[in-house]
Design a protein around this ligand. Sequence first.
Ligand code: HSE
Length: 291
Amino acid sequence: MRTVRAPATSANLGSGFDTFGVALGRPADIVRVERANRTTIEVTGAGAQYIPEDPERNTVGAVAEALDAPAHIRIDKGVRPASGLGSSAASAAGAAVALNDLYDRGLSREELVPIAAEGEAVVAGTPHADNVAPALLGGFTVATAERVHSVATSVPLVVCLPEEPISTRDARQVVPDDVSIEEMVETVGRAATLTVGMCRSEPELVGSGMDDSVVTPRRAQLITGYDDAVAAAEEAGAYGVTVSGSGPGVVAVCGADDRRSVASAMVGAFEEHGADARAYRTDVGRGAELL
Ligand code: HSE
């Protein structure tokens, strides 16, 4: 038997659509695997009732198949599904690390990224790696079609989750098909600024690169109260605020001492729109860990 703690993640960070991601210190999934003749899945915890236990339809079923590692897989969800915090990626990354060890497959964390990303395709329709990369490697990650890079960093974060779920599959429908050269230049500039900020652990620089005018404005329309939550977070001292992954979670970067006020400002703004919300005060965290 193997047990793995696999973290929530925040993908995109505005300017890095389908490319950037960070591991979060919390929340996390706990994934436990035992050898079996065929794969079976049992899910408990946050939002478990929304997650299929059929291996053909669950992200970890695809991982077990790709690793040729049938197992009884128990997932205790700490990361709420359809929240924008990489819920399916946490389970996929946790299962990949646990099964790789249980069956002695000897794959590196980098080699597990495309395997866990296959699990993402089951949920989102496309195998994007921007959540599974940080869930496996920790820190700030840049996932391209060819490679994954990760950097250890320390940046105070607040993630706020309004209760209304949004499926990644639906949120991908609003992504535009093309961009103008002006939008491209602006986005490249912001993405580069954010990357320098992550490499230097400078929250202010990260915040100034953490937005875009291509994908985020479309996604923001799906989240009731988004604009007010952003304004409230900025008023409370956030350096940057954007949609976490495909939403409805919202991620803010700020100074370490401002996390509490940023968190309560965002929760309050959502509540004024009649949306229950909860916030996690955290930092960039580690990747999946065998317990
Ligand atoms: N990059 C993906 C998207 C992340 O925004 O659709 C999903 O969490």
